[in-house]
Design a binder for this molecule. Structure first.
Ligand code: DX5
Ligand code: ZN
Length: 223
């Protein structure tokens, strides 16, 4: 299981996203939070910004869609240049159809669960996915406090993934920092989104290295 860090540009300077991407050159991904002010009470960016960012960033884009009707919009994010597209199951009419559509476009298909959404009902869908995202805050804003109450779900999700023998990545997003990342890694997460912890650091790239080292150590110890 290899550990990956995906800094969320939600906490970066939106007036200079190219510089933000450069400031985390050691990151595995750039996490792009798309919010529509309907699925979540916040509005961020959409297709044109993703398209521009994809042209200037060296890292692949990990687009997290916190929007209604992802069935309609998610495939367009692949066309805009995203390598991974994650939709919320709570907003999705046909998750299997959508995941297949994303994969048919050669993108990685991710499915996200809000803190109150259980993972068990989706066990049979895991084989359709490349990544499962367990939110560790209520989606909508950066800089919120990590919800420890989500840790058992990360554990159960890891067990379900192991049972199905898939190569599915398990991502966590929300309140992930040097203080909380070890708990997530011990529970079985392997892809870590961090916004304020990375872009709020004096040296964002050094924080990426630090978070990856901490998660790698905690995950090795747990296994
Ligand atoms: C929240 C977003 C996150 C956010 C995380 O809804 O999905 O990606 O940027 O920010 P931090 O790491 O500050 O909690
Ligand atoms: Zn996110």
């Amino acid at each position: 299981m290899s550990i990956q860090i995906s800094p969320s540009i939600l906490s970066a300077d939106f007036a200079n996203l190219e510089a933000a991407a450069r400031s985390v050159s050691g990151a595995d991904w750039l996490h792009v939070d798309v919010m529509d002010n309907h699925f979540v009470p916040n509005l961020t960016l959409g297709l044109p910004v993703v398209e521009s960012l994809a042209k200037v960033a060296d890292q692949p884009l990990d687009c997290h869609l916190m929007i209604e009707d992802p069935d309609r919009w998610a495939p367009e994010y692949v066309d805009a240049g995203a390598t991974s597209v994650t939709f919320h199951v709570e907003a999705c009419a046909a998750p299997v159809r959508l995941a297949r559509e994303l994969r048919a476009k050669q993108a990685r298909a991710g499915m996200a669960l809000k803190p109150a959404t259980p993972v068990e009902p989706y066990e049979d869908l895991l084989s359709e996915l490349d990544m499962l995202l367990v939110m560790t805050v209520e989606p909508g804003f950066g800089g919120q406090q990590f919800l420890d109450v989500c840790l058992p779900k990360i554990r159960r999700a890891r067990e379900l993934i192991a049972r199905h023998g898939g190569e599915i990545w398990l991502q966590v997003d929300g309140g992930v920092s040097a203080e909380t990342i070890e708990r997530c890694a011990e529970a079985g997460a392997d892809v870590f989104v961090a916004g304020s912890a990375v872009f709020g650091a004096d040296d964002p790239d050094a924080m990426v290295v630090r978070l990856r080292d901490q998660a790698t150590a905690a995950s090795t110890k747990a296994r």
